[in-house]
Design a protein around this ligand. Sequence first.
Ligand code: NAD
Length: 484
Amino acid sequence: MKYINNWINGLEVKPESNLYLNKYNPHNNEIISLFANSQKEDVIASISAAQNSYYEWKKLTPIKRGELLFRIVDLMKSNFDSLIKCFATETGKSLNDATGELNGAIRVGEFFASEGMRLYGKTMTSSVYNKQSMTLREPRGVAALIVPANTPIANICWKVFPALVCGNTVVLKSSEDAPEIALEFAKLTKQAGIPDGVLNVIHGTGLNAGQPLIENDKIKTISFTGSTIVGKIIANTVSKRLARLSLELGGKNPFVVCNDADINNAVNWASLSAFSNAGQRCAAASRFIVFEDIYETFVNQFIEKAKKLKLGIDNNSDLGPLISKKQQTYIKNLVDKTIFEGGRLLCGGNIPIDEELAKGNYFYPTLIDNVPLDSEISNTELFGPVAIIYSVKNLEEALTISNNTIYGLTSSIHTKDINKAMFFSKNVIAGVANVNMGTFGSEPHMPFGGFGESGNGSREPGTEALDVYSELKNVSILLNDLSI
Ligand code: NAD
């Protein structure tokens, strides 16, 4: 059996308790590895390693740090096949999907490695004669980076690269659903020449490994991607010591289809937005809001498309399994409850029963309409391949329903009218508004984050992420007057 250990001070380290947890393959529920069930003492060891390496790492010029980060990127490229195999197995993705994800992660790495050549501050005018003022960026110390499993290598790179280029050292808490890729990534950082202790990885549960990490007052910055409920627990804990917190949380993202939309284009994007990665995307569209005069046409085409999607892990598949049995059961129960309460099941709604898929955590792409706005399914992020559809009279109603959520992460509108598109984009309560495309997130150089309970106002990646991981210092110099 494969053991996935912590990575502390440049070495694989067993958990002090010698306790391990099972990691199951989502495709067939076979155990693929045993990973460290870290406890407080392991977390403390990882924080000490990060602290001890901080001053040396901070002393390197940003350009030098960027060069070392570029070496990690090179190693991600030369180890491409083994990396995609690793996290495709852990998450139940096809190798094609894993390829797309790793390419995205590499681009994030390249973007932030290049930031070593910039890390810009600004110069400012002053009301005081001969005073020169500028801002400098300084690192903040040890950063705790906590990630989920849905796109594990992308999530890791999204946080590790900006944290390191800014001069922080890191304790990365891997997802209990994808621990091995975090360890493999850490090994590459050592090969790349990142000094021991600068990047440490802790595996385990949120309660036993995550909680002692965020509670530790040596942690100065916490960047968390995960559910809103856990985000709130973390915010509560760390606000007491005023640690900096960046939260990237859940979504219940609206996808509006107006009566002048290109229906084929809308259906294609609708399917990708709701069902790619088995709906396990914070940016997934889970509420479709469709003008009543094209409702039937759009919905019929969407059902037809959803029914054709192939489940599995080969490269011809459209969506893989859910990450865990627990998640599959949760989704099945909520879908059953919705139908029991009067929701109309348009397609899916079930766990496959054929021999191959029944072993895994699969769930058929599911569409439901006739659900009230105040129902549980209208207001809960399922994080699975399930979407609901509402019929609306006009743009005003579409916008009201779009904004009828505690979340505010991504959104999309399909229309040929630029006025409607811009009106929606300006008025929708969301960090991302897309026109005639899916509810997809950002690119490495674009800020991503949510309004409402989808976050706490921070934006990662983009240069905005540098503000999460650095402190701005305003330096002023009063020069002698040498006027001649
Ligand atoms: P989760 O909140 O259950 O767990 C995320 C991570 O937090 C895991 O590593 C977990 O071990 C850790 N954790 C749990 N409890 C903790 C605690 N008390 N203290 C510290 N760490 C703790 O989320 P999940 O189910 O793994 O992921 C799905 C969620 O992530 C969805 O809500 C999804 O929308 C969200 N997500 C958001 C974004 C974004 O950028 N906004 C991106 C991807 C996923």
